[in-house]
Design a protein around this ligand. Sequence first.
Ligand code: HEC
Ligand code: HEC
Length: 152
Amino acid sequence: MKQKLLLLATLSTFALGSAALGDLAILDDSLGLSPVSVFDVPAPEAFEYLDTDPKVAGVLPRAWEDLPPQIPHRAERYLPINARVNKCLECHDEPDKIGKKVSGKPTPMSEAHYVRDGRELTLANNKYVCTLCHAPQTEAAVLVGNTFQGAR
Ligand code: HEC
Ligand code: HEC
């Protein structure tokens, strides 16, 4: 008798278990962030980076203090950065003008981008690849909505 009860209990747990699983089944277009079925090949809309001339780009708002500012102007023609060429430096490497921003002129990189040896400032190697931290902009729609608001 005891054994029969145990069997019944086990069977009903299985039955309930699978019913509950059935309700929780995830549809194949709800897996991951892509809004299409996992069996389709998604084709997101192509986007282009802004082609704004640096002289008229101005600057973009910063979401919080000490955030690497977003690149407000075109960047594609200044990339890629490699061991021999870094076009960003041609405009932004002005250690004598640090902290002196003039609208329409390249903002000098801050002292945090340099290593100081006495009076001499040398570009820090870990700041050489600007796009590790500074991102070019597009007007592409966000893939996943969010309610983020800057801290300032
Ligand atoms: C032809 C000169 C030029 C080149 C090359 C250039 N920039 Fe700029 N950059 C500017 C100018 C001009 C501004 C706008 C400054 C203003 O109006 O206050 C600017 C602004 C910026 C800003 C915003 C600064 C702030 O205060 O918010 C960042 C970040 C930046 N550039 C990064 C880059 C990076 C990274 C590259 C290389 C991919 C690059 N720039 C190449 C001229 C240049
Ligand atoms: C490791 C991350 C990192 C890298 C790499 C980096 N930066 Fe920055 N950058 C920052 C941060 C963080 C700030 C904001 C704080 C500050 O001004 O130091 C900043 C600020 C700036 C500013 C604004 C300065 C100001 O006074 O408002 C400019 C312009 C800039 N960076 C240009 C560049 C360029 C050009 C390169 C490549 C040669 C570069 N950065 C590489 C992190 C980085």
